[in-house]
Design a protein around this ligand. Sequence first.
Ligand SMILES: [Zn+2]
Length: 404
Amino acid sequence: MRNSVRIILSVFLGLNLICISIAGEPSILRETRGVWVDKSDVHKGKKYLTEMLDRITAANFNAIYVATLYKGYVIYPESKYLPQDPEVKKFEIEIYGTVAKLEEKKIDRSMIKWIIDEAHKRHLFVEAWPEYGFYSYHTPNAKADKSRGVLLDKHPELTAIDINGQPYLHNPKWGDFYSLCPSNPESHEILINILVETITRYNFDGLNLDRIRYPTKDFCFCAYCKEHFKQDTGFELTKANLQKSEVQRAFYEWRKTQLNQFMEKLYKRVRQVRPDILISADVWVPEQIDEKGQDWPTWLNKGYIDVVIPMMYWANIEGSVNASLRLVSDSHRLLCGISAEVNSSQALAEQIHLARKKKTGGVVIWYLGKVGDDLEFLKSSVFKYPARPFTSIAKQKSAISKKR
Ligand SMILES: [Zn+2]
């Protein structure tokens, strides 16, 4: 300390400390440096995950976001609501040895518990990433597959329907996706139950919401939406009617209201069981808010989420960062979702530098399977010094009061 002068700037609740040494090398003490752990990463098993957790920790990352809900499966066994991803089971045998002896049956031998424990050993912040959100099933070809997945086979009336009556979203590259109707309170209840189960059962530090939205601007035309849109706005929900700008405006607003109600209910249920968990949400950039019905500035303002992560998976993100920051009152509650898939190491480092320059809370990188080649460069440049991730505001406040 004798040879350095430290200027401490209190930026975020008095906790975001930036120290600048006399050499001018900034060491940022609080900045989330996360990476999504995709299902394809999970499917590579114990050896790969152990190596990658070691490597990202050595490169001064401090958070991971692990896929917990996708394709109509959950990652963990014995859910009350959904089957476990069958691919994961074999890794549980790999990790824990053969089938548990009778007296060990009560021991949790899930792969997700192993991942969380391994990450915590390395002091990584671990968020559950229920990737699919309202999406409930994926099939390569809906026309050849009679099923809509476990949830919708049981409750077909909850299927989200598009403007042409199609009960799924077709993606030419990826196949067909079914979604629960994001408006219906019964869908809300189902998704909330699954998310609450996930964070009650496992020791996650955060809940990283995704796909809390309508699949496209052309959803949802299910019976519930038609009936309630009419009841609430006086407009009939038909394809022809939606050509009128006042009906379209009302429809966009109505959809946002439905999802805001979902978020309020989710937030209350989550806080009942895990008052300190960080709630974050992966969202579309501002120009997509209306089309997706995803009113994330309201979620942030009302405190339903602690942190928002607009996804910017392209090369020049400055416009999107600026546009997103205009919608938030505290820049540190915004993390930039950036992609190692489409960027060189150099470009990724420049985006991280930009996120820091704009005083955002940090970055989350898509995704573990693509970031391996970038680690050395990031460690030698923008991640030279370690940093602590943002935790929930509730947790930070309780840490302060404990100190006092
Ligand atoms: Zn609907």
